[in-house]
Design a protein around this ligand. Structure first.
Ligand SMILES: *Cc1c(COP(=O)(O)O)cnc(C)c1O
Length: 345
């Protein structure tokens, strides 16, 4: 079988959720947008719900529908994009809680779903989603009169603890919400790690659950093993792959493994010093990453294994991301659909 194998450790996911939860005195929800950062929102959320998570966040209503089908009735599912035109039936039928982002959305909510739960998202400086302070001042009394279940905002620079934006957004959030007797939420993974001032009533980590930075103590959740399709001997001076990008400096053994940029192993990775692992032995990727194949210098291996590993406890999504000039979030959410996926736990 030449399908690469992606192993997703749901026990590690649960361990990460518990470890983050232990850093707070508040409720810890879980963000499972983009199909659980590419790892399967239904499976991830079910594992976390069994461990005690009660609230989940998705990006859009359709993701919430899929999640409700997987989770069944009970756990809360909130939608960051709020209440978009045409969403009312989905929000109602699948018990989804929109995080209202604007006056327009608020009016739509009150008109089409009176009495149903919603939250309010406030913009404290990121300028991406949520009501601006001026808008909030104008509609605050109307919104509060409808009994929102959560007031939330989002930090722009929480992965940089020393960044002045964190304190600035914290102050703005307090200015907008202090004295209101409604649960509040400001922090994702990064904000949770900034400490108690940032926790309020509920934290909403995503990436840290899946083993990514800024949660440096996270357990690795993904392992990716690529089958070796073929091995060949090269004389010094021979080249490998598209564009002749790599030349053998010595007689070499080159292994070709089954995965490429169509599987989310982005082409930029090829020039970044990524290794594939045979047990503990690192074998450098040589030549360009192509659509379905990667070539690896295995000259120093005594024996060629059936698989070489790209994501391991040592070579995390963040290390691969660094080599490719991106972030762990993008590597995770790009992991392709061709992998044979195995869920542990
Ligand atoms: C994605 C997202 C989160 C989770 O962020 P992580 O950095 O993955 O922990 C939380 N809140 C909002 C509004 C988000 O968009």
């Amino acid at each position: 079988m030449s399908t690469a194998k992606l192993t997703i450790d749901l026990d590690a996911l649960v361990t990460n959720w518990r470890a983050l939860d232990a850093k707070t005195n508040c409720e810890t929800a879980a963000v499972v947008k983009a199909n659980g950062y590419g790892l399967d929102a239904g499976r991830a959320a079910t594992a976390l719900a069994n461990a005690g998570a009660r609230n989940f966040f998705v990006a859009v209503a359709e993701e919430g529908v899929a999640l409700r089908r997987a989770l069944g009735a009970g756990p809360g599912i909130s939608v960051f994009s709020g209440h978009m035109e045409g969403d009312a039936k989905l929000l109602k039928d699948f018990q989804l809680t929109p995080m209202i982002n604007s006056l327009d959305q608020l009016l739509r909510q009150i008109e089409t779903l009176p009495g149903l739960p919603f939250g309010v998202q406030l913009d404290t400086g990121m300028n991406r989603l949520g009501m601006e302070p001026g808008e909030w001042a104008a509609v605050r009394d109307i919104a509060l009169g409808q009994g929102p279940v959560l007031l939330m905002s989002h930090l722009a620079c929480a992965d940089e603890p020393g960044h002045g934006m964190n304190a600035h957004q914290l102050k703005t959030f307090r200015d907008l919400t202090d004295g209101i007797e409604i649960p509040r939420s400001l922090s994702a993974t990064g904000g949770l790690l900034l400490g108690r001032d940032y926790h309020f009533d509920l934290c909403r980590p995503g990436i840290g659950l899946y083993g990514g930075l800024p949660f440096g103590d996270a357990m690795p959740v993904v392992q990716l093993d690529l089958p070796v399709i073929q091995t060949r001997a090269l004389a010094a001076g021979e080249t490998v792959g598209y564009g002749n990008m790599w030349t053998a400096k010595r007689p070499s053994q080159i292994a070709t493994v089954a995965a490429g940029y169509a599987d989310g192993l982005i082409r930029a990775m090829g020039s970044g010093g990524i290794q594939l692992y045979a047990g503990d032995t690192a074998c450098p990727v040589v030549g360009r990453v192509s659509m379905d194949l990667i070539t690896v210098d295995v000259t120093d291996l005594a024996e060629i294994p059936a698989h070489l590993s790209l994501l391991t406890p040592e070579q995390t999504v963040d290390k691969v991301a660094d080599a490719a000039g991106t972030i762990g979030y993008e590597i995770l959410t790009s992991l392709g659909h061709r992998y044979a996926r195995t869920y542990k736990g």
